[in-house]
Design a protein around this ligand. Sequence first.
Ligand code: NI
Ligand code: MN
Length: 229
Amino acid sequence: MKIIFHGHSCVQIEVGGKSLIIDPFISGNPAAVTKPEDIKTDAVLLTHSHMDHILDAAPIAISNNVPVVATVELAAYIGWKGAQTIGMNIGGTVDLGFAKATMIHAFHTSGITLDDQQQILYGGMPAGFIIEAEGKTVLHAGDTGLFSDMKMFGELYNIDLAILPMGGHFTMGPEHALIAAKWLNAKHVLPVHYNTFPPIRQDVASFVDALGKEGIAGTALEYGESLEL
Ligand code: NI
Ligand code: MN
């Protein structure tokens, strides 16, 4: 299994020639090293409806002729943009054939801000995913603060890799992300959702060091880099 970091919270998980991409925010990210039109994928998964997670979802799904997997509300919204969708909800599992995706809860918000209409659309609950393939388990926490049910996920799943936000301000910061890694009993952590915008600047090297002191492997990837599980 290969995990490719496309920046911010966007990762692509490759399994035996197939792949899924989570939270594609590429065209709006000035530091991106890839283009949405160059992404080849078999499914697009969305954790919640904020623009820094869904921006390129519909175009990527349409150009690859593949579905977007999201909560029923967010799936409806993305469907209105012309993409195929699989609406699901927290606790459910979708079998993509090459991987299973279980939707888990997250503590965050999930509205779609329509500035021109001065309205906020309800975008469904925020979520994360447990991805299971090739005997490996990857947790993508989405955007979230620390919450004690992470201990439950650590009991229920043998987490090989936890993809955790640690930028602070909009999500948990490094101190809480370190506790999350411990509660999830994760073997390995990929930090995400940092340095993209000024309020979420963090010293990721210190975070990786702190993980190491707890006996947890940590890998901070540059945009476009990948790790093998
Ligand atoms: Ni968010
Ligand atoms: Mn976000």
